[in-house]
Design a protein around this ligand. Structure first.
Ligand code: ZN
Length: 69
C-alpha cells in the first residue's frame, strides 16, 4: 500500500490497475506508465485539464527532492 501524499492545490487520485488502459508519461522520471500498472493522477484544482499521471514512488520522491520554499 502507498499513502498518497497530498499537495496543496491538487486533487490526488489513485488509479487502479484495471483503470489504467493507456500509456502515460510520468513527469517525475520521464518514463512510461504502461497499461495495467496502478499509479496516481494529480489534478490541479484550478486547471483540471493539466492533470498528470505519476508513478507512486515518483510522486513521493518529488516531495523529497523539491521541498516547499
Ligand atoms: Zn515515474
Amino acid at each position: 500500500m502507498f499513502d498518497l501524499v497530498p499537495e496543496d492545490g491538487y486533487e490526488v487520485r489513485r488509479i487502479q490497475p484495471y483503470q489504467a488502459t493507456k500509456t502515460y508519461l510520468c513527469p517525475g522520471c520521464n518514463r512510461d506508465i504502461p497499461p495495467g500498472l496502478g499509479h496516481m493522477v494529480a489534478v490541479p484544482s484550478d486547471a483540471p485539464d493539466l492533470r498528470r499521471h505519476w508513478h507512486y514512488g515518483c510522486w513521493q520522491a518529488r516531495h523529497r527532492r523539491m521541498p516547499r520554499g
